[in-house]
Design a protein. Structure first.
Length: 700
């Protein structure tokens, strides 16, 4: 008991002194000393610690951190709070307890954009400050873990940011404040100096515990806001946890253009006027949590969402993108010589395009850094090539130049992944066009290419922007237009199985899978995977084909070139594939037809379904029956037709060759399926699963 009391007292003193001494000295011996810096002279540093004043020569100090004062740092208990918003929010705590299954509750979340007029005398730009405040109640251990670390990003050199405050109110009413030693300033792209603009501030709320309240606020200052330095926000009014208040506020001073702000969303804003400001407010209260389900669609497709863009000017953006691309395509003798060597022996435009694409996709080093993080404009291709490194935008610009040297017309595309077409057409800010691609004209047809995704073949539009809007850019041409959809055949997998049954029910099996271009991406990775890992994959696949099946051999064809069809083949021996009933009867189920509708267990769902991509699958079974055996029972043909899915299975018998031929076709055409259509889809899935249970019976 005495030991427990001592530990409690020590803990209390640790917390108290942690608040009093919030500066940190990092000494050469490796020690970190918490203190309060009293004085810094030419040769020494004087500090106050829990043990009294101490003096250290500067030579013993590696570095020091000083906590700068923040608003509310003098609060020690709840009674000290003088922030009216926080006080009113604390009164809502009981409302959050109506969600007993929640991990945490967002009591308040507000984002505010405040703009300032440019100074007319020096033609300075429009500036802006974004302020983000969140007050969270921690309800259980999971909520504690999810809020134990916070971070936000901004872009140098024209953005700056800082944390205004971060404090924790514990269940006993004490208040603990952010210590600067709990801050981490990072440059996520520091290993790529050409693109090192992104900055991150990460911090840990102090003394976070269950039933505590975390109140934090940070701001980002935008030194320039215009069409070429885009500022935009997408806010979703909902989420996995309850939200008592979510609010977006925009303050626009009188004197800015009438169409300075563009917005689209679930409702118009409340509009106010105060002094010389126009204030727009979107807010919702008491938002219940939305639990994600299997294959849930993106939240903006079913939750209230607002898209807002500032200083949007499509014409200015398109002109600037066109000019920047013209400046980027400078070339160099070394680059031109490389292109000539690369294309030697390739004659047709399609062959040249495929060669250029494969070189950039597989051989040229690239990094996964988006256009926003490289300030939206490509570098000169001569610099890109000399550096030997390109981000997504620069790789696409380099491809445009190489196609130009090959005599192929091309466009640089800035594509959008915003699914709501009305949103992107109403708010066409450059911020929402962040997926670079290339379109190339072959035989008077535009083809589309994404060299950034390794092993994705040419001619494929990424799933996250297929069918969406894009900015089409060349030095002499600009347009905003919709991207087409990939052909359904690109998502196809055609599987053929040759099965030779013996009278004992054993089977020799040969399998062949042909992959469409989209589906081939994953298996193309096997060219860089150790052969032992590929062996293991095919052995596991054999075990899934039938219990006890033995893999005899396998091969993968076409993975060494991106413009070839990928085919996987294997041979198996499957013991007792057919079950015997005496000497005269054999029965078996079509292998690979098994389907378990585990993802469709719930009878209803609240959120729509979103499939990552369309699907097209065809499986063909060619089953050679044992000598003297004939089919006694063959399941009837089955057809399932929905708006979003078609499925069919047909089994026929050829007497001359004593062979069964079964063909199953399945096509998912729609990626988005509304929640109200789910019961029909679920019923179809269960019918489909039931088909896999059917037996084919043979009689001697």
């Amino acid at each position: 008991m005495k030991r427990t009391i001592v530990l409690v007292i020590v803990g209390i003193f640790t917390l108290i002194f942690g608040e009093l001494f919030r500066d940190v000295l990092f000494l050469r011996q490796g020690e970190e000393l918490r203190c309060r810096i009293v004085q810094i002279t030419e040769n020494k540093v004087i500090v106050e610690t829990s043990e009294g004043k101490k003096t250290f020569p500067k030579s013993e100090i590696v570095r020091l951190t000083m906590t700068h004062p923040r608003k509310g740092d003098d609060w020690e208990i709840v009674e000290d709070i003088d922030d009216s918003l926080l006080i009113s929010t604390l009164d809502k705590i009981d409302q959050a307890r109506q969600y007993p299954d929640a991990s945490y509750a967002i009591l308040h979340h507000s984002v505010e954009y405040t703009f300032s007029l440019p100074k007319s005398e020096d033609n300075s730009p429009i500036k802006c400050t974004r302020t983000d405040r969140k007050i969270v109640l921690i309800l259980n251990e999971r909520g504690k873990n999810m809020n134990a670390s916070q971070s936000f990003h901004y872009l140098a050199p024209y953005q700056n940011a800082d944390i205004d405050f971060c404090r924790t109110i514990t269940p006993d009413g004490r208040i603990y404040h952010l210590d600067d030693s709990a801050l981490e300033f990072a440059e996520p792209n520091q290993y790529y100096p050409q693109y090192n603009y992104l900055r991150r501030i990460k911090f840990a709320p102090p003394q976070i515990s269950i039933q505590s309240i975390v109140d934090m606020q940070y701001h980002i200052d935008y030194d320039i806001v215009d069409a070429l330095h885009p500022t935009a926000v997408k806010m979703i009014f909902g989420g996995d946890e309850p939200i008592l208040l979510r609010k977006l506020t925009v303050r626009i001073p009188q004197g800015l253009p009438e169409n300075f702000i563009r917005y689209y969303g679930f409702s118009p804003p409340d509009e106010y006027k105060k002094d010389n400001e126009k204030i727009l407010v979107w807010q919702m209260e008491n938002i219940a949590p939305t639990i994600k389900e299997t294959w849930s669609a993106p939240a903006e497709m079913y939750l209230p969402t607002i898209w807002v863009g500032f200083a949007v000017d499509e014409a200015k953006v398109l002109r600037a993108l066109s000019d920047s691309l013209a400046q980027s395509l400078d070339g160099s003798p070394v680059l031109d010589s490389t292109i000539n060597s690369l294309l030697a022996g390739y004659d047709t435009p399609q062959e040249k395009l495929n060669r250029i694409y494969e070189y950039l996709n597989l051989s040229f080093r690239h990094c996964n850094i988006g256009p926003a993080q490289s300030l939206w404009f490509p570098r000169k291709v001569s610099e890109i090539f000399d550096d030997g490194i390109a981000n997504r935008l620069d790789l696409s610009a380099l491809m445009c130049y190489m196609l130009k040297k090959a005599g192929i017309e091309s466009r640089l595309l800035y594509s959008s992944k915003v699914v709501d077409s009305d949103a992107i057409e109403t708010v066409p800010t450059l911020s929402f066009f962040d997926i670079p691609m290339v379109s190339a004209k072959i035989d008077d047809e535009w083809t589309f290419h994404y060299p950034n995704r390794k092993y994705l073949p040419p001619g494929i539009i990424p799933n996250n922007c297929v069918g969406q809007q894009a900015l089409w850019v060349s030095p002499s041409y600009v347009q905003m237009a919709q991207l087409p959809f990939n052909s359904i055949s690109e998502y196809a997998i055609v599987e053929t199985l040759w099965i030779k049954l013996s009278s004992q029910g054993d089977a020799d099996v040969e399998q062949k899978k042909c992959y469409g271009n989209v589906e081939s991406q994953s298996i193309r990775h096997y060219r860089e995977v150790p052969v032992e890992q590929v062996d293991k994959y095919f052995q596991i696949s054999a075990g899934k084909f039938h219990p006890g099946a033995n893999l005899i051999e396998y091969s993968i064809i076409g993975i060494n070139s991106l413009d070839s069809t990928v085919i996987a083949k294997d041979k198996l021996f499957a013991p007792e594939l057919a079950q015997s009933a005496g000497e005269k009867l054999l029965a078996f189920q079509l292998p690979r037809l098994e389907y378990k509708p585990s993802s469709y267990g719930q009878p209803t769902r609240k959120t729509p379904i979103w499939f990552w991509s369309p699907q097209k699958r065809q499986t063909v079974w060619i089953v050679e029956l044992p000598p003297k055996f004939k089919p006694k029972y063959i399941p009837e043909p089955v057809t399932i037709t929905l708006d979003s899915m078609n499925y069919s299975l047909n089994i026929t018998y050829e007497d001359k060759s004593n062979t069964l031929i079964a063909i199953a076709d399945r096509i998912f055409t729609d990626r988005f399926i509304p929640a109200e259509s789910y019961p029909q889809l679920r019923d179809a899935m269960f019918r489909w699963a039931n088909i896999s249970k059917n037996w084919i019976i043979m009689e001697k």
